[in-house]
Design a protein around this ligand. Structure first.
Ligand code: AGP
Length: 608
């Protein structure tokens, strides 16, 4: 996730200071590098560098650029490390076209090869740079600037929100979107575009929402919208938004956590877009390992638990999870050159995880990483890493970063199975198809469940304690549901493998003790029903997360939340975790807490 902005102002006004202040409003979307481009008297001016906006501004003065037309970008690196040359805007060979982008271009490698074959010179390692070069070629063929952009967009696969300017059409900005957000602000003799409304809210409250696969041509006095595929024009009136800047940053939601929960379909889609080459590399290293340890803290360790089940089920590989702060005590003496440590950390900066990685490295282990922050310490310590592409997560509680980690680990398990030849190629294809459908299931689930979960939260909000039970892969989901409730609502809670619950936990159960069962319609359901009966017999209140219309479970439960039918049982933790995130969120709010900033916790725990 990055932030993009563009403005075309009245001739006398300078764009650069407006872009700079707009980027400040978008910095929550990414903050590893920043850049601006403006047009003035037939020249393109570009300033960009690594660092937070304030740092870059103090070294290059982002306000000091001429021209009333310009674009800007605040970056959250996906392709290419956070460096000066990878910062946006990116330009064509002749430095006449500048473009900013939020999203991921999947086919950039083949397009780059093709463009280099035609003599284009690339200056960065980003996926984005193919676009100004493609536009340059179409423009040379004699097409208009807007048609050149449209044709370029037809060549790229993936997600994008882009804005482009050209010295050959200096009174125009072209912007477009597919799967990444983009809104247009309509002013008086001035128009704006941005990833998010807060960027232009001080200038205008009149907003035009671009739909999927639409582009817009911005002039000072008009905005024209086109469908990218057909090139047909679409008419749409702007609407007035009454949001404050703070409300707008949260996408109109009361908290970042709720916004981030709602972002999961897109975050998962972006997680799926990770390049296969890194999965193959990791799978090759894992396949040769004598000993595999998955290393993490908190929520990330729950994603690792899911991975151990999948590595075994699909690739017949044994692995263990180590909580990073215990790693050296637990495994220190058995780590050697044959050990592969797969560290999972959304921030890539958790001190316990980094310290364990360094100790493992000293003992000769190979380090692999999964993280949401490119350029983080984890990306520097790992031999191979995969970026989550979830975009920044502001709320302390991990939500979209957790489900993305599970999805990436699932894809890695499939790659490992393929490498080891433990599943047939038709099974691999079908697993990949099932995994590819997960963002759709999550979208469907989010559309239908929130009100019901809110009612359940109101009913159970004052219970003293909860227990979460699941079987198989969904033991991890139970642990994650408990962690969310603990950290957000401060409710002492337990989580167990349902089978293990009779070895101790059951002593706690009495009349109306709430037990939440993660209960997909899989091979383990009949045994889980046995556990439900044990709890029911002792008077527990049963809340079940079930498949849609699972009457067998729903007649046993006091309350239930439905999850869409048809999810491959191997990928249920991703979808079944989401009602638990929402439940914890609503209980927290109803108990008067701030779910974005739970007490005593930090987003990134940088002390051991
Ligand atoms: C999750 O909601 C928590 N905020 C916490 O457990 C977190 O997952 C843990 O601190 C690990 O963070 P990391 O993924 O950035 O390493």
């Amino acid at each position: 996730m990055c932030g993009i902005f563009g403005c075309i102002l009245d001739g006398g006004d300078r764009a650069a200071p407006i872009i700079h202040s707009a980027l400040n409003q978008l910095e929550y979307r990414g903050y590893d590098s920043v850049g601006e481009a403006t047009i003035h008297s037939g020249h393109l001016y570009v300033k960009k560098d690594v660092g937070k906006i304030s740092e870059v501004h103090s070294s290059v003065n982002l306000d000091d650029m001429p021209g009333s037309v310009g674009i800007g970008h605040t970056r959250w690196a996906t392709h290419g490390a956070p460096t000066q040359k990878n910062a946006h805007p990116h330009t064509d060979c002749q430095e006449k076209i500048a473009l900013v982008h939020n999203g991921i271009i999947q086919n950039f490698a083949e397009l780059r090869k093709e463009l280099e074959g035609r003599g284009h010179l690339f200056k960065s390692n980003t996926d984005t740079e193919v676009m100004p070069h493609l536009i340059e070629d179409y423009f040379k063929e004699g097409l208009s600037f807007s048609e050149s952009v449209r044709r370029a967009l037809l060549r790229v696969k993936g997600s994008y929100a882009i804005a482009a300017i050209s010295v050959d059409d200096p009174n125009t900005i072209i912007c477009a979107r597919k799967e990444s957000p983009l809104v247009i602000g309509v002013g008086k003799s001035a128009n704006y575009l941005a990833s998010d409304i807060p960027a232009f809210l001080p200038m205008t409250k009149m907003v035009l929402f671009l739909e999927e696969e639409e582009m817009a041509v911005l002039k000072r006095d008009e905005v024209t919208i086109f469908n990218i595929g057909s090139g047909d024009q679409t008419k749409r009136d702007p609407m007035r938004i009454e949001w404050t800047v703070e409300m707008a940053q949260k996408g109109g939601k009361p908290h970042f956590m709720l916004k981030e929960i709602a972002e999961q379909p897109l975050a998962l889609q972006n997680a799926l877009r990770g390049e296969l080459i890194y999965y193959n590399l990791m799978a090759t290293i894992l396949a040769k390992a004598r000993n595999i340890i998955l290393l993490a803290c908190g929520t990330s360790s729950h994603a690792c638990i899911v991975a151990t089940y999948l590595f075994s089920k699909l690739a017949h590989v044994n692995s263990s999870v180590s909580i990073a702060s215990e790693f050296m005590e637990q495994f220190g003496n058995s780590v050697d050159e044959g050990t592969v440590v797969l560290a999972v950390s959304q921030s890539g900066e958790t001190a316990d995880t980094l310290s364990a990685i360094r100790s493992a490295k000293d003992k000769g282990a190979t380090i692999l990483g999964i993280t949401n922050v490119m350029g983080s310490s984890l990306t520097r310590l790992a031999s191979v890493y995969i970026g989550q592409n979830s975009g920044p997560e502001i709320a302390v509680a991990a939500t979209k970063t957790f489900t993305s980690q599970v999805l990436i680990l699932s894809k890695l398990a499939i790659a490992l199975a393929e490498k080891r030849g433990t599943i047939r190629s038709d099974e691999i294809d079908s697993l990949m198809t099932d995994l590819g459908r997960i963002p759709w299931y999550v979208k469907k689930e989010l559309e239908s469940n929130d009100e019901k979960i809110k009612r359940l939260a109101a009913k159970y909000r004052d219970r003293f304690s909860f227990c979460f039970l699941g079987r198989g892969l969904n033991v991890a989901t139970a642990l994650e549901g408990r962690l969310k409730l603990l950290e957000l609502a401060y409710t002492p809670s337990l989580a167990y493998s349902a089978g293990e619950s009779k070895h101790g936990f059951i002593a706690l159960v009495n009349e109306n003790y709430p037990v939440i069962f993660i209960a997909p319609n899989d091979d383990l359901k009949s045994r889980l029903i046995g556990n439900i009966m044990e709890m029911k017999a002792r008077g527990a209140d049963i809340i079940a997360i079930t498949e849609e219309k699972d009457k067998e479970l729903q007649t046993l439960a006091d309350d239930w939340i439905e999850v869409p039918k048809g999810i491959n049982p191997l990928f249920t933790p991703i979808v079944y975790a989401i009602p638990l995130q929402l439940f914890a969120y609503h209980v927290s709010v109803m108990r008067g807490h701030d779910p974005d900033r739970p007490r005593n916790l930090a987003k990134s725990v940088t002390v051991e």
